[in-house]
Ligand binder design. Structure first.
Ligand SMILES: Cc1cc2nc3c(=O)[nH]c(=O)nc-3n(C[C@H](O)[C@H](O)[C@H](O)COP(=O)(O)OP(=O)(O)OC[C@H]3O[C@@H](n4cnc5c(N)ncnc54)[C@H](O)[C@@H]3O)c2cc1C
Length: 705
């Protein structure tokens, strides 16, 4: 009799997809399919949804489908049309592709993977026993397997095949190993809501770095704006909106980084300088352009660039509008009040209507925007020149950039306001100033917040557009493969989305340099993961996530950065993140090298394993998730445990008695007793409780630390 680990009855989309997944996980599979070809009786499904394409992308085969279909940004169902172009994914479209076509592509992929498909063959019955199942085929020899999975689509009642689904479901159940059970036994962390202020506050620290401001600038602006709003009699809704407008006002700052780097050389330094000039004064604008346009290039090139920039003022206006629009999108992703989004359109507006958008000023500007203008500039000039400079600037610009009434109130309160601003405690002060009721984020809103962070990073450079989302998808898929608990996977996905947040602090001229980096440039690059970690460090709920996110360049042998220690990648999620980041980056082009093809990227990753820098199991999981076939490696267990002793230890963790363990493993209680003694010796413990702690310490039950 032929033998396989799994028989899949049915080679439709479900059966083929499952066959590919199992094969990539190293499982020996055969598909039995009634039809002799991919011909279908009717048109059936007409396309693939965004999430399906994401999954196919994780396996490295999305392009096969995308190149055969047609992308549409809106999804129609009945009379309802839904625009999905702002889905937080690179596959923000539906792919029009008839089922007969995508089935054919799936079949080709399965064929490439070497899966056996018995076409024109029908499963007509099965008999199961304790160790597996005999699958009967019409007019063919039966197949012996451990599992039979029914992927036979609509349930057919003729010839008893209805049983296939039922029996397969039953068969699947008893084969859960003690390790699997122990791995899932740990009660999942109940997700706590987090304050929007903390997530947006962390984002604001990064945007401060990206705009060349001291780290507390956006936080301080929020405090000053709310304080001023209270003096101005703002309603509680307006105060809340003001707070978030202040925190988010620069969150679109990366949207023009690439273009700004082309024009000004340093996309961060020029922003810091621009914020200090009066953009309504042509002389100041010209002075700014003269100093920054073409910085670092020969004089004749600079002259040409200056002329071109001055001849095209619309370009600058577009870039400011884009920054506002991006900030507005982030606000809507986070589900903040509509007033926040409305006011973010006017970050660069002025009371006299000479800002952007043009001709809109006075009370036509929402109050939160008017409060932002005064508070933001006080904060900017406090850093640039101190309280007297801040006072002089807002006094001078009253009635032009700012509403005169707000300037009067701000000047009257400035000394007290400044006295309360303690730079060392700015995070706490800013959180305490959030108007009541505090905005809380849960579940998908938190995910959306991290999606916004990934988008912000992606906008920094065309080379990075899809990087964070790609790493998150790959890390998530790999984490499922190694069996991390669901809450740890969600945690890893968020950390992966945010892992490059610190990149914003480094000028694009460095990221986009076509040649090798100098020593100083390297030092700045090495700081980016540090800033990722620090952006979240102030918030107890997010600090752990920041540590994981900031660990993506750490290596097992301590040769990575920024901690440069082995402990930094102690956690399995960190090892997966490091491997997923490496693989994704290698598959993307960079200014100094083309993208590597999948095989070359695999070789590089395996080289890192051989050097002891990346973890073998994490790399295997990442490669498998990316669509490579990976053979199982023998595992090295801590303390020299054998696989059997591990089984026993995990059963001990579950609190099972020796007799229950013996029954479960099919051995005598006496033998279990010997195994327990060996486990204790190898773990250096004397009790069950200590053995349990040891198992957690060594992540044998995949506990989150
Ligand atoms: C008329 C029709 C219209 C549809 N329109 C749409 C649509 O517009 N949009 C949409 O999204 N979806 C549509 N669907 C649903 C879509 O086609 C299914 O969701 C999809 O085919 C399910 O895939 P599957 O692999 O689970 O099952 P199937 O595609 O049904 O595949 C099951 C496979 O199992 C094989 N099989 C069955 N019994 C046995 C056996 N005993 N031994 C061996 N092989 C066996 C069959 O030959 C078949 O190839 C439609 C379905 C039908 C029937």
């Amino acid at each position: 009799m032929r033998e396989h680990a799994v028989v899949i009855a049915g080679g439709g989309p479900t059966g083929l997809m499952l066959a590919a997944e199992l094969t990539l996980a190293g499982v020996d599979v055969v598909v039995v399919e009634l039809r002799t070809s991919q011909e279908l009786e009717s048109s059936r499904s007409g396309g693939l949804h965004s999430r399906t394409i994401e999954v196919l992308d994780q396996r490295g085969v999305a392009e096969r489908f995308v190149s055969a279909g047609e992308m549409h940004s809106s999804v129609g169902y009945g009379y309802i049309s839904l625009d999905i172009s702002d889905f937080p994914t690179r596959h923000n479209y539906i792919l029009a592709l008839w089922q007969s076509h995508f089935e054919r592509i799936l079949a080709e992929w399965v064929d490439d993977l070497g899966v056996r498909v018995l076409r024109g063959s029908e499963v007509v019955g099965c008999t199961q026993d304790d160790t597996g199942i005999d699958v009967e085929l019409a007019g063919d020899t039966p197949i012996r397997a451990r599992y039979l999975v029914g992927c036979d689509g609509r349930r057919r009642t003729e010839r008893g095949t209805d049983d296939v689904v039922r029996i397969a479901t039953l068969t699947y159940h008893p084969h859960v190993s003690a390790r699997d059970r122990a791995a899932t036994a740990r009660p999942g962390r109940v997700e706590q809501p987090i304050r929007a202020a903390e997530l947006v506050g962390a984002l604001s620290l990064a945007t401060d770095l990206g705009t060349g401001q001291p780290l507390e600038h956006a936080l301080r602006t929020a405090v000053l704006a709310v304080r001023l709003g209270e003096l101005a009699g703002a309603t509680s809704e307006e105060l809340s909106d003001t707070y978030y407008v202040a925190l988010l006002h620069a969150s679109g700052c990366t949207s023009n980084s690439h273009e700004a780097a082309q024009l000004f050389g340093d996309d961060i330094a020029h922003r810091a300088a621009f914020f200090l000039i009066d953009p309504s004064d042509p002389a100041q604008v010209l002075g700014f352009y003269r100093e920054y346009v073409g910085a670092g290039r020969p004089d004749d090139v600079r002259e040409g660039m200056l002329e071109a920039a001055l001849a095209n003022p619309a370009r600058a206006a577009e870039s400011f509008a884009a920054m506002c629009e991006v900030a507005q999108r982030f606000s809507s992703w986070l589900g903040l009040a509509p007033g926040v989004e409305e006011a973010l359109e006017y970050v660069f507006a002025r009371w006299d209507g000479r800002g952007l958008p043009r001709e809109i000023g006075g009370e036509a500007l929402p109050l939160p925007a008017r409060l932002l203008h005064v508070a933001r500039d006080i904060s900017l000039f406090l850093s640039a020149g101190g309280p007297e400079e801040a006072r002089a600037v807002i006094e001078r610009r009253a009635g032009e950039a700012y509403e005169p009434r707000l300037v009067q109130l701000a000047l009257g309160d400035l000394d007290d306001a400044v006295a309360e601003l303690d730079e060392a405690r700015m995070w706490g002060i800013a959180l305490a100033h959030e108007p009541f009721p505090q905005v809380m984020l849960t579940g998908e809103r938190i995910d959306a917040g991290f999606g916004a962070i990934a988008a912000l990073i992606g906008l920094k450079s065309p080379w990075l557009r899809e990087h964070c989302v790609g790493v998150a998808e790959l890390a998530e898929a790999a984490a499922w493969r190694v069996g991390l608990p669901a809450d740890e996977i969600a945690f890893l996905r968020r950390a992966a989305l945010a892992h490059d947040l610190g990149r914003i602090s480094v000028p694009n001229a460095i990221w986009e340099k076509p040649g090798p980096l100098g020593l100083g440039e390297w030092e700045r690059v090495r700081l980016h993961s540090y800033f990722t970690e620090r952006a979240f460090a102030h918030c107890p709920e997010l600090a752990d996530l920041g540590r994981l996110a900031g660990s993506h360049h750490e290596r097992l042998d301590g040769s990575g950065y920024h901690h440069g220690t082995e402990e930094a990648v102690h956690r399995q999620a960190a090892r997966i993140l490091a491997a997923a980041d490496c693989y994704t980056a290698m598959r993307e082009a960079r200014p100094y090298r083309p993208a590597l093809d999948p095989a070359a990227a695999r070789v590089e990753l395996e080289r890192e394993v051989a050097k002891g820098r990346l973890d073998a199991s994490a790399v295997d999981a990442v490669l498998a998730a990316a669509g490579h076939r990976v053979a199982k490696r023998p595992r090295e267990l801590p303390g020299g445990l054998t696989e059997r002793e591990l089984e026993v230890l995990l059963a001990l963790v579950l609190g099972h008695s020796n007799q229950v363990i013996a029954d479960d493993l099919g051995i005598s209680a006496k033998t279990v007793g010997h195994h327990v003694q060996h486990v204790y010796q190898k773990a250096g413990v004397r009790s069950r409780a200590a053995a349990t702690v040891w198992a957690f310490e060594h992540e044998l039950v995949q506990s989150a630390p």
